[in-house]
Design a protein around this ligand. Structure first.
Ligand code: COA
Length: 438
């Protein structure tokens, strides 16, 4: 049995030694004090590896090139800070399906230190891991040393993320606000796509909404529905608005009825206030929540995600722009496959038909099609063409389930931006995807 003891941040940094494997909590649960002070160990340690996911903090140990021999960073999901630091920091991406991220990492390494954020202990000595249980609880149980940043500003949430003081070695008292992201207003294109998807969502469906602007916009189109449920990876601000409006009740769910199930929460202060001390929200282990078999136990499960680029056969490159890592697979494949495992389940991939990108030769921003004949060389396929179901742009919605390549080419070109359709058809002919014009 461990004897949790309060220490200072410097004392926590002093625990780090050469060749350590450190895993830290993700997204809003990132231990900010530890991460932003870890470089202080730099002058005396070498070859320390930190594994993280969806980080927000610009931590000196991976941003500053001078620490690249002291620290390595392995990331499960990139954000702006890792994209920026990838060029000069010692950073590498870990390919993963989110529900297996923790398990597979623990198979590969033994963590010496695990650090995350939690609420202060209650009168029984239990802390809540608060905003993320994707891999945190299972890693905590596997690590030699467990350090928790105890923060009274974090919501006390329920599920299976309660941890007792007897499972913790060290506590650090911290006082920063829980990181928030805004609940963005949808654009005109978002509204068109949102309405198209909303037409296919029925009263009583159970929803997963992915990361990015588009799934959030879809949520804003659901205000006419009744008795929707939540079984999702990420619990979002708009879900809270839908619950408060009586649209989401969870009454008709076939798995965990009346409970809003997720494995992490990220959003506004209002979201964190809503989930604080609220037993209707269950934050369960990501290995369970995102398991496609478990997702499929929800009848009428709907998954809504977004992609950066889709080819004419249906392969979705959602996490990289060519070889450049942009984000991660996260739960995209878990949730799309899981939804299709469900009785009457559906999966939607929503994207704008075009993107504005910088031309590397001219330096000018230009409009390109996100529906392409072949993915950019080096692009990572996040959702296989075998698993893609509905695809939606501002030009319409098509269903690729069970279709052949010829049909896919026709369907996907029909929802591409009109100015790219002739070129896409020409390329499909050249590639032998089709043999004649349709
Ligand atoms: N080629 C080059 N650049 C492209 C592009 C393409 N085909 N498509 C988009 N981009 C650029 C955009 O222009 C934008 O650049 P900017 O930041 O300079 O403006 C950037 O990529 C991001 O695009 P955007 O459409 O705004 O992304 P988003 O924030 O809505 O996120 C994903 C979209 C696909 C990256 C995000 O949903 C994701 O990471 N998905 C994978 C994980 C997942 O789905 N998990 C689901 C369970 S939570």
């Amino acid at each position: 049995m461990k004897q949790a003891k309060y220490i200072s941040i410097q004392e926590a940094i002093d625990l780090v030694k050469d060749n350590d494997q450190i895993i830290v909590g993700m997204a809003a649960s990132e231990p900010q004090a530890f991460m932003s002070n870890l470089h202080l160990a730099g002058p005396r340690v070498k070859n320390v590896t930190v594994t993280n996911c969806l980080p927000f903090v610009y931590s000196e140990f991976f941003i500053e090139e001078k620490w690249r021999h002291n620290f390595k960073l392995d990331g499960w999901f990139y954000t702006g800070v890792l994209r920026k630091a990838h060029e000069h920091g010692n950073i590498s991406f870990i390919p993963n399906h989110l529900h297996l991220a923790g398990k597979k990492r623990l198979y590969h390494i033994k963590p010496n230190i695990f650090v995350t954020t939690a609420t202060p202990p209650d009168k029984h000595g239990f802390l809540s891991l608060s905003l993320s249980n994707v891999y945190e609880k299972e890693t905590l149980l596997a690590a030699d040393i467990v350090i928790i940043e105890v923060n009274k500003n974090f919501p006390r949430t329920f599920g299976d993320l309660e941890v007792h003081l007897s499972e913790i070695d060290y506590l650090i008292d911290v006082d920063y606000p829980a990181p928030t992201i805004p609940n963005e207003e949808p654009t005109e294109k978002d509204m068109i796509i949102g309405k198209l998807i909303a037409e296919k969502i029925h009263d009583g469906d159970t929803l997963q909404l992915g990361i990015g602007g588009m799934p959030n916009a879809v949520a804003k189109s659901l205000y006419g529905k009744r008795d929707l449920g939540i079984h999702t990876e990420m619990f979002t601000s708009e879900m809270v608005n839908l619950i408060k409006a009586g649209v989401i009740t969870g009454k008709r769910k076939t798995l965990h009825p009346n409970k809003h199930v997720c494995c992490f929460a990220l959003g506004t202060k209002e979201l964190y206030d809503f989930i604080d001390d609220n037993p209707s929200v269950m934050i369960l282990n990501g290995a369970y929540v995102n398991d496609p078999h478990i997702i499929g136990l929800n009848d009428n499960q709907v998954s809504i995600n977004s992609t950066l680029e889709i080819d004419l056969t249906g392969q979705c490159a959602s996490e990289s722009i060519g070889p450049k890592q942009f984000s991660g697979t996260g739960g995209q494949s878990d949730t799309a496959v899981g939804a299709q495992n469900a009785k009457n389940g559906r999966s939607f991939m929503a994207l704008y038909s075009t993107a504005m990108v910088k031309n590397p030769t001219t330096g000018q921003r230009e409009e390109i099609s996100k529906i392409v004949s072949t993915l950019k060389p080096g692009a990572a396929v996040s959702l296989s063409r075998n698993d893609v179901d509905y695809v939606v742009t501002e030009y319409g919605m098509v269903n690729l389930r069970g279709t052949n390549i010829r049909e896919r080419v026709r369907l996907l070109i029909s929802i591409a931006h009109p100015k790219f359709r002739d070129q896409l058809t020409k390329e499909a002919l050249e590639l032998g995807y089709i043999h004649e014009l349709f």
